[in-house]
Design a protein. Structure first.
Length: 149
């Protein structure tokens, strides 16, 4: 998947460079828009680790009472168990989809903002098409992975 993201991003930058007739090295143009992938990364991190945080976060309170496993009950939580009903699977799915879509939307806005600042004239619009297409593929692919299709 990392190779897929890297190759599609590099491909979009090649197409963008050809579309706007720039002579920049591909890496230079790629670095210009690289910041737009950070919100996507954050969205996927939230999507992947939300349920771990909710459920295993409870284990922190439990383990804090007996950190060395000696039978202590310092905080009175040693007898607690993890409550897997604290959030429903539907809530987890909603958080995952919302985090993914929000990350992608913010990434697209960041890329658009940079394109408007970097390109001139009609290239401000044309220079965005390839990266927009790649980000749509990332969004649809990410949601498809989440919903299991």
């Amino acid at each position: 998947m990392i190779a897929f993201v890297a190759l599609t991003y590099a491909g979009a930058m090649l197409v963008t460079r050809a579309t706007v007739n720039r002579s920049d090295p591909v890496w230079g143009l790629s670095a210009t828009f690289l910041h737009s992938l950070i919100p996507i990364m954050i969205g996927y991190t939230i999507a992947h680790y939300f349920s771990l945080f909710v459920f295993q976060g409870q284990a922190g309170y439990i383990l804090a009472s007996d950190p060395l496993g000696t039978g202590l009950n310092l905080l009175g939580t040693a007898e607690w168990t993890i409550d897997y009903t604290v959030v429903s699977t539907a809530t987890i799915a909603i958080v995952q989809i919302a985090a993914t879509v929000t990350g992608h939307v913010i990434g697209i806005v960041a890329a658009h903002d940079r394109a408007v600042g970097v390109f001139t004239g009609r290239d401000k619009t044309r220079g965005q098409y390839a990266l927009l297409a790649v980000m749509v593929v990332y969004t649809v692919g990410g949601i498809a992975l989440l919903v299991g299709t």
